[in-house]
Design a binder for this molecule. Structure first.
Ligand code: HXC
Ligand code: NAP
Length: 293
């Protein structure tokens, strides 16, 4: 029961896939996924498309997005539109949302997945480094939600799923920037669920633990974590995988969760309850700004 299903560690589609949900769960819908060209966002796009959804994947690196979109369409037969934006720049979000509405005519789901992170002690963290992560993770989530809401969801309803992290729950060492940013996003989930519920908009969050085959995992320790014994302290004794995260997001983005809003679904194998949180140990696993990750 506690085993992960098969996944692929690179930004490629799954070699085989067995549906858990009805394959037509998202048929006719369009999802706008920030950071959908890599890691967890890529797998969310793939799983959504395997359930009949068309997608927009949007981030800064258009070449990467184009390559991802090709793979995603080939495996699913659905449309995937790659669009360039920086979630810190509202005008670039507005242009991408306008383009999406022109191409597809509607947006049903927004996934706020774009983020930036690195391990760094607070004393080594520059003011600009803290601001940068807050701007990508927190401002980026607000900016994108606001644009999509005002341009479409306000009058048509919709579903927002934010991708958070458990870092702030126990004040994870070397993560004051990302933990603070994600904690703000968790509050934002509740505020917007309350304000936008009457417009038919649900706002929820998935908070992953360590997820293998991702940039986040590599930056927060990578293979060193696997041999460090850290996994032994996780109740489920392993990292999660991208497909497991995508299935949680699919639940919250679909009618499977039609009366759920303002919720934070932790998907971490119980990790935050038990994992080590020791500065010197973490410094040993990874490195700080002096050895850029
Ligand atoms: C300390 C760092 C740093 C590092 C950058 N900075 N990397 N400080 N340690 N490793 C500082 C810079 O010196 C600079 O400050 C400031 O941060 C901005 O850096 P830029 O490179 O100019 O920013 P930008 O080009 O906008 O890039 C943003 C970024 C970058 C976050 C720094 O790494 C990025 O684009 N990341 C996206 C991909 C990513 O991070 N994926 C993982 C998400 S995982 P100064 O003062 O010098 O100007 C995740 C996991 C959560 O969120 C939990 C897992 C369990
Ligand atoms: P990832 O592949 O690096 O995903 C982050 C994405 O965000 C990238 O595709 C990146 O694309 C995009 N992005 C970064 N800055 C952006 C900006 N300013 N504007 C637009 N897009 C931007 O890393 P990941 O590990 O899969 O992380 C995905 C999400 O899961 C993040 O929210 C992260 O915090 C969360 N998470 C991950 C883990 C984990 O173990 N991996 C654990 C907990 C939470 P571009 O470079 O093209 O812009």
């Amino acid at each position: 029961i506690a085993q992960a299903g098969p996944d692929v560690g690179t930004d490629d589609c799954l070699i085989s896939y067995t549906h858990i949900y009805s394959p037509d769960l998202l048929t006719g819908q369009v999802a706008f996924i920030t950071g959908g060209g890599s890691g967890i966002g890529f797998r969310i796009a793939e799983i959504f498309m395997r359930h009949g959804c068309d997608t927009v994947i949007a981030s800064r690196n258009l070449d990467k997005l184009k390559e991802a979109a090709k793979k995603l369409s080939a495996v699913s037969g659905r449309r995937c539109l790659p669009l360039c934006l920086d979630v810190r720049q509202p005008e670039s979000i507005t242009a991408a949302v306008d383009e999406t509405l022109k191409e597809f005519g509607h947006i049903d789901i927004l996934i706020n997945n774009a983020a930036g992170n690195f391990l760094c002690p607070a004393t080594s963290l520059s003011f600009n480094a803290f601001r940068t992560v807050m701007e990508i993770d927190t401002m980026g989530t607000f900016n994108t939600s606001k644009v999509v809401y005002e341009k479409w969801f306000q009058n048509h309803g919709g579903n927002i799923v934010n991708i958070s992290a458990t870092l702030g729950y126990r004040g994870q060492a070397l993560q004051v920037h990302a933990g603070s940013a994600k904690a703000a996003n968790d509050a934002m989930t509740k505020h917007l669920a309350v304000e936008w519920g009457p417009s038919g908009v649900r706002v929820n969050t998935v908070a992953p633990g360590p997820v293998s085959g991702t940039e986040g995992f590599r930056r927060l320790g990578g293979p060193k974590v696997e041999v460090s014994g850290v996994f032994q302290s996780i109740p489920m004794q392993r990292a999660g995988n991208k497909t497991e995260m995508a299935h949680c997001v699919l639940f919250l983005a679909s009618r499977a969760s039609s009366y759920v809003t303002g919720a934070i679904l932790v998907s971490d194998g119980g990790a935050w309850l038990t994992s080590a949180n020791d500065v010197s140990m973490l410094l040993g696993i990874a490195s700080s700004k002096t050895a850029k990750l």
